[in-house]
Design a binder for this molecule. Structure first.
Ligand SMILES: NC(=O)c1ccc[n+]([C@@H]2O[C@H](COP(=O)([O-])OP(=O)(O)OC[C@H]3O[C@@H](n4cnc5c(N)ncnc54)[C@H](OP(=O)(O)O)[C@@H]3O)[C@@H](O)[C@H]2O)c1
Length: 373
């Protein structure tokens, strides 16, 4: 039996200075776990901000110096743990934009090689711990669909049975633009093989989330999609990954980390389920393809009617609405995962961005009083 509970001992979380990692620690603490919070660098601005937040939570022990590139750097943190939530990843936006002090300097090389080397190092530390029974891995929808997959027929639904390399020509799959998706596919496979090779000592459950959004717990978490939603609420235009309009397929970070905890605690034989030991998490509130400049901006306008709301540059005719249906049926039925309305997610990004001083909203001009003759 590899399911875990707070009674089995501490659990470790990697990448706690990030958006998902910070929320993962919070979720576990709120459900009675003792947490070893693995941090790369407590002295970076991000590390310091994170430590300040974590110090306010009970039952959290901060483990510094945990770098994906450094073999053995997770050994101490994992020793005696029942579970590991492996959330950290080498992403282009880590730390203060300088990214990886131990990397090659090339972002796509670091994203792929760092993902592989980091996961190998995490696996080695799990094996050395002698106590870890379950690893919960945060992969991505990118491992299922790849980046910008070819158009699918209307009604097509991504599921846990899909693997990204199957949708691309081999050359396109090796292109640096797919480095992140490749890293997620190959790390998922590496974890599955290593769990099998552990002879039942530990197993792995993988989560495949889409665009992770939700409330900001501390300033250093800001980046990616939540930064862009904040920009809209501050009356600014979006900048990343493109200044052009696009569709958002959102998963609320609170729903994601709850699903991760439920996966760790579940008695389901994850390997025997359809698509294997992985769970797709996307399409929050059934609104799976939200056009940024109209639908996301519209939700902000409705929730914050006095704010000037920014936008995105319009490509000719606007992007075509994706034909695929997005749902998370497997996670709902097997794990009991729940999904809140996406309007709540977007409102909470904006509220916390204002509260933490990340954005400064601009007020719309007062309407002219009605003209009386
Ligand atoms: N954001 C999304 O929409 C999305 C969607 C699907 C999947 N995911 C996956 O979800 C996970 C969390 O993503 P996120 O958006 O929450 O990321 P994030 O906020 O950028 O956080 C990334 C975390 O990884 C850590 N990290 C980076 N390089 C490291 C290294 N060499 N050694 C140790 N730690 C390192 C960062 O630490 P520093 O502060 O030290 O840099 C940070 O704590 C990742 O695995 C990502 O691939 C994200």
């Amino acid at each position: 039996m590899t399911a875990i509970s707070p009674h089995n001992g501490p659990v470790a979380v990697t990448g706690v200075s990030g958006f998902t990692g910070g929320h993962m620690v919070r979720e576990l603490v709120l459900h009675g776990y003792e947490v070893r919070a693995c941090l790369r660098n407590a002295d970076s601005w991000r590390g310091r901000d994170c430590v300040q937040y974590l110090n306010r939570l009970p039952n959290v022990e901060i483990a510094g110096g945990c770098d994906l590139f450094v073999p053995g750097s997770y050994d101490e943190a994992f020793a005696g743990c029942a579970g590991v939530f492996h959330v950290a990843a080498v992403l282009g936006n880590s730390a203060d934009g300088k990214s990886q002090p131990l990397g090659s300097g090339n972002v796509s090389t670091d994203v792929y090689e760092g993902g592989m080397a980091g996961t190998r190092n995490v696996i080695d530390s799990v094996n050395r711990s002698g106590s870890v029974k379950r690893v919960v891995y945060t992969s991505s929808l990118a491992a299922i669909s790849g980046l910008a997959p070819p158009p699918m027929l209307p009604g097509f639904a991504w599921t846990e049975t899909h693997w990204a390399p199957d949708h691309f020509e081999p050359e396109a799959w090796q292109h640096p633009r797919q480095a992140y998706a490749r890293s997620k596919v190959d790390t998922e496979r590496l974890l599955n093989q290593s769990a099998d090779a552990s002879d039942g000592r530990w197993d792995v459950v993988t989560m495949n989330p889409a665009m992770i959004c939700g409330p900001v717990l501390f300033k250093a978490q800001v980046g990616q999609w939540i930064e862009q939603i904040g920009r809209l609420a501050a009356g600014l235009d979006v900048t990343w990954p493109t200044p052009y309009d696009m569709y958002y397929n959102i998963i609320d970070v609170r729903d994601l980390v709850k699903a991760e905890r439920l996966a760790a605690e579940s008695d389901v034989d994850h390997r025997a389920t359809n698509g294997g030991s992985r769970y797709l998490l996307h399409g929050s509130g059934g609104r799976s393809a939200l056009r940024l400049s109209t639908e996301v901006a519209g939700i902000i306008r409705e929730g914050f009617p006095s704010f000037v709301v920014g936008g995105a540059a319009a490509p000719d005719g606007g992007p075509p609405r994706p034909a695929a249906i997005n749902h998370s049926r497997k996670a709902m039925s097997l794990l009991g995962a729940t999904f809140r309305p996406v309007e709540d997610t977007i409102r909470d990004v904006v509220e916390t961005s204002v509260e933490l001083g990340i954005i400064e909203p601009r007020l719309r001009p007062e309407p002219e009083p009605p003209h009386t003759p």
